[in-house]
Ligand binder design. Structure first.
Ligand code: ADP
Length: 213
């Protein structure tokens, strides 16, 4: 899908088509006092980007796709699997101290916690700060004590769109989501952690759209 900056002439063409559809390229050229050859590249851009629809022997129609709709198409066509990053995972028994060191070394803001291979919790910067302010012995206390626990973890799957994931981040006011797959290990149902989607992933995508279109 292409997000484009429309030229003044292209905007005029859209207006002409909106008001006169269906209209042939010849009639559009007449309205603008231009030749059909001059208009060809503009019409090609407008049809390729989905703004205009060309029907042979009938003419051009306005298909109603604004740049905003194109942006929407884009964020709903990209799957979580395409932009996910590597998750940082610790075991529930890991001390709070070691988990904090891990957070610094891996340069992330959220760590996912697993118990016997399955997602059991999430721990964020604020959880660590709370434990430090509370005067806990962070060398002795396991991360499992301070984490947010299942089933209160908001997750997403690889097949969800980046728009779905972004909506969850906003609605639940969290910085990241574990990307999971439902599994059954020795009759224990739960989530295997495959990746991570954070506000940073979404922001990078947004920048990509802005720079590359
Ligand atoms: P920060 O601590 O930097 O504000 P968050 O806003 O992500 O980071 O975390 C706020 C709270 O929400 C923390 O208590 C954290 O454990 C919890 N949390 C973080 N991510 C999730 C998630 N995906 N599902 C449920 N709770 C989460």
């Amino acid at each position: 899908m292409i997000t484009i900056q429309l030229s003044d002439r292209q905007k005029k063409i859209i207006d002409i088509v909106k008001n006169n559809e269906p209209i042939t390229s010849e009639s559009i050229a007449n309205e603008l006092n231009l030749t059909r050859a001059t208009l060809r590249p503009d019409l090609a851009i407008l049809t390729m980007s989905g703004i205009l629809d060309a029907r042979p022997k009938v003419g051009y129609f306005y298909s109603g796709k604004s740049n905003f709709n194109l942006f929407r198409d884009k964020v709903t066509s990209i799957k979580v699997s395409e932009i996910k990053s590597i998750p940082v995972i610790v075991d529930e028994e890991t001390s709070v101290y070691d988990s904090i060191v891990n957070m610094f070394l891996e340069d992330v803001g959220t760590i996912f916690v697993i118990t016997e291979g399955l997602l059991s919790g999430v721990v964020s910067r604020k959880d660590f700060l709370k434990s430090a302010i509370g005067g806990m012995d962070i060398n002795k206390i396991p991360v499992g004590i301070i984490m947010t626990r299942m089933p209160n973890i908001v997750v997403c799957t690889q097949e969800e769109t980046v728009l779905d994931a972004a909506i969850k981040l906003i609605e639940h006011e969290v910085d990241s989501l574990p990307v999971v797959e439902e599994v059954d290990i020795d009759n224990r149902k739960g989530y295997k952690v495959l990746g991570r989607i954070s506000k940073t992933n979404i922001t990078s995508l947004f920048v990509d759209f802005g720079v590359k279109g």
